[in-house]
Design a protein around this ligand. Structure first.
Ligand SMILES: Nc1ncnc2c1ncn2[C@@H]1O[C@H](COP(=O)(O)OP(=O)(O)OP(=O)(O)O)[C@@H](O)[C@H]1O
Ligand SMILES: N[C@@H](CCO)C(=O)O
Length: 307
């Protein structure tokens, strides 16, 4: 059995407009790399972090927290070293913390001969994610670990449903280079919502799930709306309304905040449309003085993979 593996741990889009804390999908072209190594010395050590300035103490890094949760439960006869090559900026809204939290447990599981299934891995990864967002949710972790579109039916006990990915669906993202911490963008949300908004939202979630199962792109378009969270969070994202109008005019099926922001995502029916949408996003932000990155990505149906 191998003593070291290198993995690609993908970025993810949580919420998918209407499914706050339950829906998510996995990206293909953006993600971190990690190396996980078995050691004779017991315990979990983060030995290298490149890309962004993050804590090396296992208890303060989401990769270490999820690794420790799994390590303490399994009590293997070895230790692990973790190297993180961070490409996803922390606080980006595309699952930076999830990529690390999921990557460490996925890598350890592979080196131990895969004793745990994806649901068990997601459960341990949630312990790490809770360090970043102050709450245990799995809407970024599930798509990172299972791949494709996922729905977290319940967090405790964890139940993840894998949803189908229509083959022509492409995502476009813009990441304005400002940081919004998940914990802060959760703190501004209302504790209660009007019943009329709840009805609209759960109708959208149900119809989006149906649309994914039937590859009904018109229904995907009708369902990608968020009347519960977006009105509050969009105020934290400069030019959000301008981006959304420009993107919809360019032919996207829908556009919404990615996770807790500041990234904004759109879904389109072809790669050509996804690229036109990318130009529309760039046009809006190039008129401002905010730096940004844009991406076009297929939906990654595999999730985390060994390189
Ligand atoms: N390995 C890690 N990778 C990323 N962030 C980490 C890591 N370890 C600790 N953190 C902390 O987690 C916070 C970033 O997580 P946060 O959930 O706010 O952003 P995100 O994962 O990009 O967003 P979202 O969950 O909305 O997609 C930062 O405060 C960062 O310092
Ligand atoms: N569902 C979470 C995703 C971010 O981690 C939120 O929107 O707060």
């Amino acid at each position: 059995m191998k003593n070291e593996i290198k993995i690609f741990s993908p970025a993810t889009v949580a919420n998918v407009a209407c499914g706050f804390d339950v829906l998510g999908f996995c990206l293909d072209t953006i993600g971190d790399e990690m190396v996980i190594r078995k050691t004779e010395a017991k315990g979990i050590k983060i030995t290298k972090i490149e890309g962004y300035d993050l804590p090396f103490e296992a208890e303060k890094n989401v990769a270490g927290v999820s690794a420790l949760a799994m390590y303490n439960a399994l009590q293997p006869d070895c230790g692990f070293e973790i190297e993180i090559y961070k490409k996803i900026k922390p606080g980006s809204g595309i699952g930076s913390s999830s990529a690390s939290a999921a990557g460490s447990v996925f890598g350890m599981n592979a080196l131990l001969g895969n004793p745990l299934n994806n649901t068990e891995l997601t459960n341990y990864a949630m312990k790490g994610e809770a360090l970043a967002s102050k709450c245990e949710h799995a809407d970024n972790l599930a798509p990172a670990i299972f791949g494709g579109f996922t729905l977290v039916k319940s967090a405790c006990p964890l139940k993840v449903l894998e949803l189908p990915t229509p083959s022509d669906l492409f995502a476009t993202l813009i990441h304005p280079q400002i940081e919004i911490k998940t914990s802060e963008s959760r703190a501004i949300l209302p504790k209660e919502i009007p019943l009329s908004n709840a009805i609209t939202q759960w109708a959208n979630v149900g119809s989006l799930v149906h649309a994914l199962h039937t590859s009904d792109y018109d229904l995907i378009k009708e369902s990608l709306n968020d009347v519960v969270i977006e009105p509050y969070r969009k105020q934290l994202i400069p030019h959000f309304d301008d981006v959304k109008s420009a993107v919809l005019e360019s032919g996207a099926l829908g556009c919404a905040i990615s996770g807790s922001g500041p990234s904004i995502f759109a879904l389109s029916k072809s790669e050509a449309t996804a690229k036109a949408v990318q130009l529309a996003m760039q046009n809006v932000y190039s008129k401002s003085n905010i730096q940004f990155e844009t991406y076009v990505s297929k939906i990654n149906t595999q999730g985390i993979k060994i390189l």
